[in-house]
Design a protein around this ligand. Structure first.
Ligand SMILES: Cc1ncc(COP(=O)(O)O)c(C=O)c1O
Length: 391
């Protein structure tokens, strides 16, 4: 390996959200990595900083080509330049998409457990959440198409799809996406496909961009992508919203105008170009490393703490782990993990009511940190008197 993912970096003094306030506790929650970004990106940013002028900067051809080439090479989806809107973050874009394509009081579908800011974006904008809970079958999650169809009414205008799915780690198959897409076409429901995790898939799984499944699907969808999860760049804020449909673009243009959305910041531009043009080797090694971390975690837990269950992941660096056998309510589980085990995960119910009893564990960290967290968990759980297989 050219890059050293084992390096332990102290992120406490750089304002890292993940590490804020944690001294004794190992934080494994918010979705960024404890790895350094690729040297190629660091160099590109340094050299641009050395140049010394930071005035208004347009998005040049190289920027657009970097996105187009990366997405075509990785996912076989051919994007045209004029489909691309750059926004600082995907969450900000979700707010603008909801404002543009739905009205106050409309319903928007999300499939829980799912990234919690979908719900926030819908409710903050006065729209209504229509939950279509995922179905769990022998530790794997599926979309519930029957439930979805039976709950659609004329108020439903949009679905926010998480593809691949945070936190259950599904890389949705073509068949699943086609079935969903057909239901949405039949009912005039716009598909917003958040594909921020699309590059992070494990061996044997391939991401399918929703919009690549045919013209009708492309015209009825908006895709959100970003190099920030893939290359650990969340702090430089750069995302891209892909809108193939001209009518939808006109409406979104207007929202951008009303919000005086200008170009994104220089280091977002430089970081994205360096990532997509020069980051491939780092990316491949990172994928290998995190999949090994996942395998290690799963095997360790299976061997030492068989009462807790790790959902089989197909992608992302966020494990979805079932702690229900401990028979603790969410308050007790939180206290147990933070005060006795001394780790910080995300509580499952953050992602929807059906996440109760689960924890989301971010394993994108040096192996030693993961080993220490699992060691602590092992001691804590094996001393814990409440667990029972009978749940
Ligand atoms: C599905 C999903 N969308 C969006 C985001 C956040 O993206 P951004 O930082 O660009 O708002 C996350 C972060 O974890 C995520 O998991």
């Amino acid at each position: 390996m050219k890059y050293n993912f084992d390096e332990i970096i102290d992120r406490r003094n750089v304002g890292a959200v993940k590490w804020k306030g944690y001294d004794e506790i190992i934080p494994m929650w918010v979705a960024d990595m404890d790895f350094k970004a690729p040297e190629e990106i660091i160099e590109a940013i340094k050299s641009r900083a050395d140049e010394g002028t930071f005035g208004y900067t347009y998005l040049n051809k190289q920027y657009y080509n970097a996105i187009i080439n990366w997405v075509e090479k990785r996912h076989g989806f051919k994007i045209e330049k004029n489909w691309i809107y750059s926004t600082p973050t995907i969450v900000s874009a979700l707010y603008w998409l909801i404002q543009t394509f739905t009205e106050v009081g409309d319903k928007i579908i999300i499939q829980t457990p799912v990234y919690h800011r979908f719900k926030g974006a819908i409710e903050d904008n006065g729209r209504m959440v229509l939950e279509n809970p995922l179905k769990e079958l022998e530790g794997k999650y599926y979309m519930d198409f029957e439930n979805l169809e039976s709950n659609i009414d004329s108020k439903v205008k949009m679905i926010i799809l998480c593809n691949p799915h945070n936190p259950v780690g599904r890389v949705w198959s073509k068949e699943e996406l086609i079935r969903l897409g057909e239901i949405c076409l039949k009912n005039n429901i716009l598909v917003v496909s958040d594909e921020i995790h699309s590059d992070i898939t494990f061996k044997g799984y391939k991401h399918t961009p929703f919009a690549s499944l045919g013209n009708e699907f492309a015209e009825n969808s908006i895709t959100c992508i970003s190099p920030t999860k893939t290359f650990n760049l969340a702090g430089i804020q750069v995302s891209n919203i892909i809108i193939p449909n001209e009518n939808l673009r006109k409406k979104f243009d207007n929202t951008m105008k009303l919000n005086a959305m200008g170009d994104i910041n220089i280091f977002g531009i430089i970081g994205l170009i360096a990532a997509y043009e020069k980051g491939e080797q780092w990316y491949r090694e990172m994928l290998y490393y995190i999949e090994e971390n996942y395998n290690y975690m799963r095997e360790y837990i299976e061997k030492n703490m068989p009462m807790i269950k790790v959902t089989k992941l197909e992608g992302t660096y966020l494990a979805w782990v079932d702690f229900r056998a401990l028979r603790m309510n969410s308050k007790e589980l939180k206290r147990f993990l933070s005060e006795e085990v001394k780790v910080a995960f995300n509580e499952g119910q953050l992602f929807g009511g059906n996440g109760e009893g689960f924890q989301r564990i971010n394993f994108a960290c040096p192996r030693k940190i993961l080993e220490e967290a699992l060691f602590r968990l092992n001691i804590g759980i094996n001393n814990c008197k409440t667990w029972s297989e009978d749940v």
